[in-house]
Design a protein around this ligand. Structure first.
Ligand SMILES: [Zn+2]
Length: 194
């Protein structure tokens, strides 16, 4: 009776599909095997964390010490991390989350972040400081170029922007005029009062 056979056939522990006859694995496919590994790693991780909440902190501190003691290791590590981050940033959702996070953090800690930047800039060798300044300017130029292109592509936004700028210039001119006229009026008043 094939139906009964199928009922008792061993099944994949992840998705529950019957396993191919004679299979010695408890999963049906590379995807399920990967998922199974993930699950058991997660379970192990949780058990370990529960048994020793400080485990990760200690491990991280040890790793950091090792890296800081070895410039080559540190450079390799940083290059690897940059590459990983670049790969993650290709995912639009990740990019959006990362940017939102950076904005919130900056809004919260702007003063601290700026103070820290000044501190770092002060101790950098002049060449490195120049390199970073140029890098940051290049970043600004790229950002503004992108921003202009987006604005040009959106006729409504472009009109709104032009209106806003016209208003801004009008107010600046008015302020300027007040700056020129006010001292003249004040002088006249003083003369009249004399
Ligand atoms: Zn499966």
């Amino acid at each position: 009776m094939p139906a009964v056979d199928e009922c008792h056939a061993p099944r994949c522990v992840v998705c529950g599909e019957p396993l191919p006859a004679g299979s010695r694995s408890n999963t049906c496919s590379p995807e399920c095997r990967q998922e199974r590994r993930r699950q058991s790693w997660r379970a192990y991780y949780c058990r370990r964390q529960e048994a020793d909440p400080e485990h990760n902190r200690r491990r991280h501190a040890r790793r950091r010490e090792r890296l800081l003691a070895d410039p080559q290791l540190l450079a390799d590590h940083r290059a690897r991390e940059r590459e990983r981050e670049r790969a993650r940033m290709r995912d639009p959702q990740y990019r959006q989350r990362a940017r939102a996070h950076a904005r919130t953090r900056y809004a919260r800690d702007a003063q601290r972040v700026q103070a820290r930047r000044r501190e770092i800039a002060a101790i950098l060798p002049p060449q490195e400081a120049d390199r970073r300044r140029e890098q940051s300017r290049a970043h600004g130029r790229r950002y503004r170029r992108k921003w202009r292109r987006r604005l040009w592509a959106d006729a409504g936004a472009h009109r709104a922007y032009k209106r806003q700028m016209a208003e801004y210039r009008r107010r600046a001119a008015l302020r300027n005029l007040v700056g020129v006229v006010a001292p003249i009026l004040a002088e006249r008043r003083d003369k009249l009062e004399e």
